[in-house]
Design a protein around this ligand. Structure first.
Ligand code: IDP
Ligand code: MG
Length: 147
């Protein structure tokens, strides 16, 4: 089963949106396999956003993601990487459609509330940056055949 790394960013935590964002992921039928409330270290932030090194927004991005606690999660589901990014909405808040998490709750980039992996490769790397293998729980939901 495909897994993705989703992380409610410091703005989502500060605004009290953890529960509402998690509800949307549960509503979709995705399966939560791991989560932790944590302060991202500078080292984790640099590894997580390695692809953006050198871009003009990079220094602010690292500052932002380490500015307060985050809610880091691993979710599972068929095609979850693509499907969860549809639920999350476009990076630029001006393009994020209503009905998406960013479209409904975010008013400024980079404060766009939630991160989602964009490929299998980044999902593996990002999960490994925040979780040990034994912190992820392997189980099947009884509802799975109905999703
Ligand atoms: P994504 O989060 O939708 O995958 P990325 O392009 O990977 O978007 O960018 C990572 C994060 O960097 C974004 O979620 C956003 O917080 C921030 N970011 C991206 N582009 C810009 C920009 O042009 N200005 C400011 N911040 C940006
Ligand atoms: Mg990205």
């Amino acid at each position: 089963m495909e897994q993705t790394f989703l992380m409610i960013k410091p703005d989502g935590v500060q605004r009290g949106l953890i529960g509402r964002i998690v509800s949307r992921l549960e509503d979709k039928g995705f399966t939560l396999v791991g989560c932790k409330f944590a302060q991202v270290t500078a080292q984790q932030a640099e590894f997580h956003y390695a692809e953006h090194v050198g871009k003009d927004f990079y220094p602010n991005l690292v500052k932002f993601i380490t500015s307060g606690p985050v809610f880091a999660m691993v979710w599972e589901g068929d095609d979850i990487i693509a499907l969860s990014r549809i639920l999350i909405g476009k990076t630029n808040v001006k393009e994020a459609q209503p009905g998406t998490i960013r479209g409904d709750f975010a008013a400024h980039t980079p404060n766009n509330l939630i991160h989602g992996s964009d490929s299998m490769e980044s999902s593996k790397r990002e999960i490994g940056n925040f979780f040990e293998a034994q912190e992820l729980v392997n189980y099947t939901k009884g509802l799975a055949p109905w999703i």
